[in-house]
Design a protein around this ligand. Structure first.
Ligand SMILES: [Zn+2]
Ligand SMILES: [Zn+2]
Length: 302
């Protein structure tokens, strides 16, 4: 299983020369996803050499402009450049209405199927799955309806130890049962699953918190992921602003990472009042050491 995350835009509110607004590209074992699509995302995708025609789905966390205003441009370009492959868009229900009216007035005709999947308000649910991965949308707490997304590799069948097959002369039926995680019960013996199988390979996972105020349940939603992106719009000294605008501070993001037992924490969506992400990163590290403030173009491989 391979997971590669590219930070397409790491800023908040307004795109600048140095920092685009929120967007991330995730290649999860050749499933190609875009998470959020702030203004200017298509140029940023070109800059970081992401082939956007290969995207199969776009996940939109909420309808603040810095998370979705790049969509009309990106979809129009996909159409002009001859896309035929279906594209799925996961987002708030109003998003479909917003986009459809823009396409209607501009008489844009798509030669590809545009499928909208509406996220349900306040509902935590698996919204996409195939044989090897699942994507869960979970509600976060922001000024308007907003969701985070969690990408998980699915649990695989158990690997049966070949030497145990021979040792116990396991038949096909028994092997299949062991693969499913069952024990082998025979008249004269009882073989426990753990004795017959090899250790499970580690399952890969990533979570994207989106824009949110601190709330303790977030740690449950992102529990145990290898990599967590959390917004850290403010430093703790501006906690009042964070509360008022329903954003998080670096310390709060780090607390979520610590409580959730995640592997690594990456931070973004910084307020333009800070020169760079260094102070944000330093503050978070006082609680959670394995933290990195991101810049556009950063890549993470699992
Ligand atoms: Zn935002
Ligand atoms: Zn927002």
């Amino acid at each position: 299983m391979s997971l590669k995350l590219t930070i397409i835009g790491s800023g908040s509110a307004v795109p600048t020369i140095g920092r685009g607004v929120t967007s991330q590209y995730l290649n999860f074992n050749e499933r190609r996803f875009l998470i959020d699509c702030g203004e200017g995302t298509q140029l940023q995708l070109r800059k970081y050499k992401v082939k956007f025609q290969r995207l199969q789905a776009i996940f939109i966390s909420h309808l603040h402009g810095d998370h979705y205003l790049g969509l009309v441009g990106l979809l129009s370009s996909m159409s002009l450049l001859g896309r035929t492959k279906k594209l799925s868009i996961y987002g708030p229900s109003e998003l479909e209405e917003l986009l459809r009216i823009q396409f209607k007035v501009a008489a844009i005709h798509f030669n590809f199927e545009l499928e909208f999947i509406h996220l349900e308000k306040d509902v935590d649910a698996i919204v996409f799955e195939d044989k090897i991965i699942s994507v869960r949308a979970f509600p976060v707490k922001h000024r308007i309806a907003c969701w985070g997304f969690r990408f998980d590799e699915k649990k695989k069948e158990k690997n049966v130890n070949p030497s145990k097959i021979e040792e116990h002369s396991l038949n096909l039926e028994e092997i299949l049962a062991v693969k499913r995680g069952q024990d082998v019960v025979r008249e004269a013996s009882y073989l426990r699953n753990e004795e017959l199988t090899l250790a499970d390979a580690k399952l890969v996972s990533y979570a994207f918190s989106s824009d949110t105020t601190y709330f303790s349940k977030m740690a449950e939603y992102v529990s145990g992921v290898d990599l967590l992106y959390h917004e850290a719009t403010f430093l703790e000294k501006h906690a009042d602003r964070a509360r008022a605008t329903k954003h998080s501070t670096a310390l709060q993001a780090a607390q979520v990472a610590k409580d959730g037992g995640v592997g690594k924490l990456i931070l973004g969506h910084f307020s333009a009042r800070y020169k760079d992400g260094q102070e944000i990163e330093d503050e978070a590290k006082t609680i959670f050491m394995n933290t990195q403030a991101v810049n556009d173009g950063d890549e993470f491989n699992l």
